[in-house]
Design a protein around this ligand. Structure first.
Ligand code: COA
Length: 122
């Protein structure tokens, strides 16, 4: 059965830090892309590449040591592409406070072994 959602969760590490002590925005974008890719590949059962990333809004910073929760869900499938919504939230494990950090949509395109786009509905 096709998967429509996927979650990643992990601790924000000291290696994820920016110049002010919170998580670097580029790291958050990497996590978003990874979660989106994993769901795109799992849902289509094909290798997929990132084609388009919609507006990203960084709503709140993520602190080092927080539990990061990245959730991806399929919005719609096209002929060769799939649009996935990804949210990022974080939780301070000591205080139990949870924050919404980021959200965006990503379009992935399925490719064959020659690198040509391929239908995902076969
Ligand atoms: C992915 C790639 C093979 C697509 O080739 P292409 O001929 O430009 O693709 P198309 O314009 O026909 O679009 C393919 C699909 O993406 C969708 N798409 C393209 N541009 C889009 C955009 N800006 N927003 C939303 N969807 C888009 C199209 O609607 C189409 O979907 P469908 O087949 O489901 O209808 C090619 O662009 C590529 O190799 N890009 C580099 C990918 C990459 O390296 N990514 C890693 C990060 S840099």
């Amino acid at each position: 059965m096709k998967k429509h959602t996927l979650q990643l969760s992990f601790l924000a590490q000291t290696t994820d830090v920016n110049y002010r002590g919170t998580v670097h925005g580029g790291k958050v974008m990497k996590w978003i892309d990874e979660a989106g890719y994993a769901l795109a590949a799992q849902h289509t059962q094909k290798y997929c590449v990132t084609k388009f990333v919609d507006d990203i809004e960084f709503k709140n910073p993520i602190s080092i040591g927080d539990l990061v929760l990245v959730e991806a869900s399929v919005l719609r499938s096209g002929t060769t592409s799939i649009r996935i919504h990804v949210t990022v939230a974080s939780e301070n494990l000591i205080e139990g406070e949870r924050k919404d950090n980021c959200a965006c949509d990503i379009v992935f395109v399925a490719l064959d072994e020659q690198g040509n786009k391929i239908a995902i509905t076969a």
